[in-house]
Design a binder for this molecule. Structure first.
Ligand code: ADP
Ligand code: MG
Length: 346
């Protein structure tokens, strides 16, 4: 099911949790809402579910305006981080619950519900556990049951709010791959909320980066990482360094020196230069480069991160060097970003 969020604003006591958010979710895609805590991810998910009403704007399911439909009418499936299973019900009864509480002709027979529950248990790779109670499952198994329960109603959209948030890193990574496989098998239109960029970039077809109630950028993992369209996204996704600069005569300047980057298209005036610590080349001597004094150096996995103090204003940038690179022993290092981007100063 295609879902379209059109110019939605949501206020809580006049505080705007979402400001003019528009988003097209394609049928069958797995889309991740990624952003820091408080950026509005859960609010957007709850609006799509029908647990909240927009202050302004509309939400469409296909062609239909669903803005005022109830959660049942929308027929969405949910998994939350702490959405506990029913403790007094077996795994099979938990999964069948959404079907059992249906009224009239849409309610399948008890036998059919059992059959469907066992089919879903197969899908989430927990066959044989139908008679267990939630307390007899691991955290990861519980979330798999929660997903099976959400899928049991054959939802038009599957909404997952940090479903693996409470699990440890190893289990999270396993469940991430597992969820991707399930998605590829079932093809549910799925919205996945996370504040973990690795999870979002690895799992989703497209990532929606949110900040302060707004969508900053929507794109594939590659687009978001390689072509961040705002200072926020550049800083939030992956590692980055930023330096205040000036654009003059088509050149990038730090203080009164050009640093060897030409920017003929850029707007003249104050700007911020962004680059990734690993996207730099070291240079000898310095006519046109960024030079700095080594202020700190730390080992990060297979590389060394060197913090350089550049200019007089205690401005620091970080660059990455091979572990055994001689420059790491020097007190002064000069480099030039290989890939970089300028944003005009706000
Ligand atoms: P996220 O899921 O990205 O952490 P939320 O959508 O939960 O963010 O919250 C966005 C903002 O809206 C936050 O500032 C939060 O405090 C506020 N907010 C969310 N729900 C409510 C509510 N029911 N009442 C008041 N403020 C809320
Ligand atoms: Mg949240």
């Amino acid at each position: 099911m295609e879902v379209r969020v059109a110019n939605v604003r949501k206020e809580f006591d006049r505080f705007p949790a979402l400001r003019d958010v528009s988003l097209d979710i394609k049928s069958g895609e797995l889309i991740a809402l990624l952003g820091p805590s408080g950026s509005g991810k859960t609010t957007l998910l709850r609006l799509i579910a029908g647990l909240e009403r927009p202050t302004r704007g509309k939400i469409f399911f296909g062609e239909e305006d669903a803005s005022h439909k109830s959660i049942q009418e929308r027929n969405v499936g949910f998994v939350f981080q702490h959405y506990a299973l029913f403790r007094h019900m077996t795994v099979a009864d938990n999964i069948g619950f959404g079907l059992k509480v249906r009224h009239g002709p849409t309610r399948p027979s008890a036998q059919e519900i059992r059959r469907r529950a066992s089919e879903l248990l197969d899908l989430v790779q927990l066959s044989g556990l139908e008679k267990r109670y939630p307390a007899q499952l691991s955290g990861g198994q519980r979330q798999r049951v929660a997903l099976a329960r959400a899928m049991a109603i054959e939802p038009r959209v599957l909404l997952l709010d940090e479903p693996f948030g409470a699990l440890d890193a190893q289990v999270r990574r396993e469940l991430r791959r597992w969820l991707r496989e399930i998605h590829d098998t079932t093809g549910h239109t799925t919205v996945f909320v996370t504040h973990d960029q690795e999870e979002a970039l690895e799992l989703a077809d497209r990532v929606v980066v949110m900040s302060q109630g707004r969508i900053e950028q929507v794109g594939t993992a590659d687009e978001i990482y390689d072509k961040p369209n705002s200072p926020f996204v550049y800083g939030f996704i992956g590692e980055s360094s930023s330096v205040p600069v000036k654009v003059e005569d088509g050149q990038v300047w730090i203080a009164d020196r050009p640093i060897g980057l030409s920017a003929p298209q850029a707007q003249e005036g104050q700007a911020t230069l962004f680059f990734r610590p690993h996207d730099v080349e070291l240079v000898d001597g310095c006519s046109g480069c960024i030079a700095g004094t080594v202020a700190a150096s730390r080992r990060v996995a297979g590389t060394r991160r060197v913090e350089l103090e550049i200019g007089g204003e205690r401005q620091r940038v970080e660059i990455e060097l091979p572990v055994d690179h001689p420059a790491a022993q020097k007190s002064r290092v000069a480099f030039r970003p290989r890939r970089w981007k300028l944003f005009p100063a706000a």
